[in-house]
Design a binder for this molecule. Structure first.
Ligand SMILES: [Mg+2]
Length: 375
């Protein structure tokens, strides 16, 4: 079995309502979908969800990166995943969401070949995983209304985005959400790098009384010393998100005792193989993982859920972005959401994806022996 063809599509997913975090407000997400085909006609699908602010990537840079990565995969055996991973990693520096789309497509293809759902191909742990749902930075009344709706939907964990310019308002919103949902629901907060270490300690001391489970990325991504200061002085566990992209970043976190949890995202790690390395190092260091997402569509959310369901060290997930979208780049949702759980079907690979071609534009085709642009 060899890879004979790869196709690259552009597509856009639109949010049902604007989503605000401390880094800005988003209305849509410009995605890239990759299809990889082998000589038996089997197809694997992957998705890149580039984030300008966190990854430094856009839809166009992903397409350009794929122009570097994909030609070197034509003719390779997809089952040689470790080698393929080496080829991908050494094609271009960084550009992790572009790499993730290819890594996901290869995993989909190979697990289909072995007639297994991807999470079982990876060495399954569970066929479902608990997810939180996120409430963005918004007026208190709107946040309370949303929290009550989530409670009715049996959501058990709510992530509250904080780190707006007005800390008092963040605290008031958190208090109002806690009052609206009672004590059954777990809450945690994500500051998306908004605070200095000292401000984080102050903010956490104020928020602690609303029984928050953990605080995510209180300080800038590169301030690992600051993260460590917060972790060692916080009464609430601390989770690193933007500070950890790679396995090497985890080692830095461990050396500096800078986090209790690490949020793994396939778009940051460059795909499933590096995500597994991050989870392995975390587990050995006694750090728990969650698996999170950018504003991703159903294909890469499914991949993240499969990875989470193959990994014991992942205690819950933050995989809800596809639930907030008006449209999908696959014909139907690939991964079920039921009573706060992402539930995986027994379909092979990621779960029998069919692309929604009316939502996608084919921009590049790579084929055996001739590598060219389609248009
Ligand atoms: Mg985060």
């Amino acid at each position: 079995m060899t890879i004979v063809r790869a196709e690259v599509f552009k597509g856009t997913v639109y949010y049902k309502s604007p989503f605000t975090i401390s880094l800005g407000t988003s209305y849509k997400s410009d995605e890239v979908v990759v299809k990889i085909v082998d000589d038996s006609g089997l197809e694997g699908f992957g998705e890149a969800s580039p984030s300008k602010m966190i990854l430094g990537e856009t839809q166009d840079t992903v397409v350009s990166s794929l122009d570097v990565i994909l030609p070197s995969l034509i003719g390779l055996e997809p089952e040689m995943l470790e080698y393929a991973s080496y080829v991908i990693e050494n094609s271009i520096h960084r550009n992790s969401s572009a790499k993730a789309s290819v890594d996901i497509a290869l995993h989909d293809l190979v697990s289909k070949k072995y007639k297994l759902p991807l999470f079982k191909y990876l060495g399954g742990y569970s066929n479902k995983v608990l997810t939180d749902v996120t409430i963005g930075i918004k007026p208190i009344e709107e946040a309370v209304k949303e929290a009550k709706e989530l409670l009715e939907q049996k959501v058990r964990i709510i992530k509250v985005k904080v780190g707006s310019e007005n800390l008092e308002e963040d605290i008031s919103r958190l208090r109002a959400i806690r009052e609206a949902v009672g004590n059954e629901v777990k809450l945690f907060v994500d500051a998306n790098q908004a605070w200095s270490a000292r401000r984080a300690i102050y903010a956490i001391s104020k928020m602690q009384r609303y029984e928050i489970e953990l605080v995510e990325q209180p300080v800038k991504a590169y301030e690992v010393d600051g993260l460590s200061f917060v972790k060692r002085n916080s009464p609430v566990p601390i989770m690193a998100d933007e500070s950890v992209h790679s396995p090497e970043d985890v080692i830095e976190i461990v050396k500096k005792d800078a986090a209790d949890f690490i949020n793994i995202k396939l778009m940051k790690s460059g795909g499933i193989r590096n995500a597994r390395k991050i989870a392995t190092i975390s587990e050995a260091a006694g750090i728990k993982n969650i698996v999170g997402c950018m504003m991703e569509g159903t294909i890469s959310i499914a991949a993240a859920a499969h990875f989470a369901c193959s990994t014991k060290n992942v205690v819950f997930v933050d995989l809800d972005s596809d639930l907030s979208l008006k449209n999908t780049l696959a014909k139907k949702s690939v991964i079920e959401y039921k009573d706060s759980y992402r539930v995986i079907s027994e379909g092979y690979g990621l779960g029998n994806i069919e692309l929604a071609h009316d939502e996608l534009k084919l921009v590049k085709v790579y084929e055996e022996r001739k590598t060219n642009s389609a248009f």
